[in-house]
Design a binder for this molecule. Structure first.
Ligand SMILES: Cc1ncc(COP(=O)(O)O)c(C=O)c1O
Length: 324
């Protein structure tokens, strides 16, 4: 598939792209390409990479052999990655990971991952499904200055149309020709046209800075409200993908691998009451936040939306204080 067709040729200076329908299609093709290139079976993954067997974060219905070949590590912890690579020396085909989920990478972390992956002869894949065309036109890899061997994109690439892309090194990508990848609506040209139009619009240069500015306004505004209200919470994340956590009771909001997910808050604990009250009150106020997934700021959001959102949040924090 031509890179130029979706405008990816200008944005990502890679040699080859393959287009798919869903994000899981692209991440699965990336893993398969890495397995073909290395001749190895095991994969190391971090973050959410889709619902297919190798990526599914719940074990039910997944063959034991698949689970045994899928390993993980802790985010922002190079020692944990080194440990898993050393314990599986010569058997790991790739490390596939989101560049970040909520907590940003510590300086040198992504570079360190790339170095370790290459030292172990594996393929470094960044899953940019959320961060691509959002943190920067060239994704988090452009923002943080770390180029992977392969990368996957969707979501903001086509502004709601079903299309995803796997881009990357020609030598690795060409291995896919030994395999078979397809889907029923694979060649749907409407989604391709939407991606081209969307990327052209993004290239005008105003949309991504707008999302950063409004997202930063939300983070700063929430931080001010948290301080004023005395609620124990933290506005976190990068501006285009902000989020809020409640910090009562030393809750481990991000689980064992440091990954976003539904916080396993003990029912009735202060953080759980704060969390439930906040989302109930903001929904009542007409602002729908996702309670257990970071949020996305979009091009359609306005300064007036931000102002109204913060006003509803002020009332919700007051309700949290009353509930505790
Ligand atoms: C980072 C990331 N990778 C992969 C996927 C899987 O994409 P899809 O749901 O389109 O299969 C998602 C979907 O949310 C995602 O956020």
């Amino acid at each position: 598939m031509s890179l130029g067709l979706v405008g990816l040729g200008d944005v990502y200076k890679r040699q080859v792209a393959s287009l798919f329908k869903s994000g899981s299609d692209s991440t699965t093709a990336a893993v398969r390409a890495a397995r073909i290139w290395t001749g190895r079976d095991k994969i190391v993954r971090w973050g959410y990479n889709g619902w297919h067997d190798w990526a599914c974060h719940r074990p039910a219905g997944i063959a034991r052999s698949v689970r045994e070949d899928t390993l993980t590590f802790r985010y922002n912890d190079l020692d944990s990655l080194e440990d898993v690579l050393e314990r599986n020396k010569g058997r790991v085909a790739c490390v596939i990971m989101m560049p970040l989920e909520i907590i940003p990478p510590q300086p040198g972390f992504l570079e360190g991952v790339k170095r370790l992956v290459h030292e172990h002869g594996a393929v470094f894949i960044l899953d940019e499904m959320r961060s691509g065309f959002r943190m920067a036109l060239g994704g988090a890899q452009e923002y943080y200055g770390v180029t992977p061997d392969l990368a996957t994109f969707s979501k903001a690439m086509s502004n709601g149309y079903a299309i995803s892309a796997l881009v990357g090194r020609r030598d690795i990508m060409m291995g896919l020709l030994q395999s078979h990848t397809s889907s029923t609506f694979f060649t749907n040209s409407i989604a391709m046209a939407a991606a081209v139009a969307n990327i052209e619009r993004l290239k005008q240069g105003d949309v991504i800075p707008h999302m950063w500015r409004l997202g930063q306004g939300l983070l700063d505004g929430l931080s001010r409200l948290i301080e004023d209200s005395g609620v124990e919470a933290q506005a976190i994340g990068v501006a285009p993908m902000p989020y809020l956590i409640f910090t009562y009771d030393n809750q481990n909001w991000f689980g064992d691998t440091g990954q976003n997910g539904k916080p396993t808050l003990e029912k009735g604990s202060r953080s759980e009451v704060a969390w439930r009250t906040f989302y109930t009150e903001t929904t009542r106020g007409g602002v729908l936040f996702h309670p257990n997934h970071h949020w996305f700021v979009s091009a359609a959001h306005t300064d007036a939306d931000l102002e109204r959102t913060l006003s509803v949040c002020a009332d919700a924090f007051a309700a949290v204080r009353r509930a505790l």
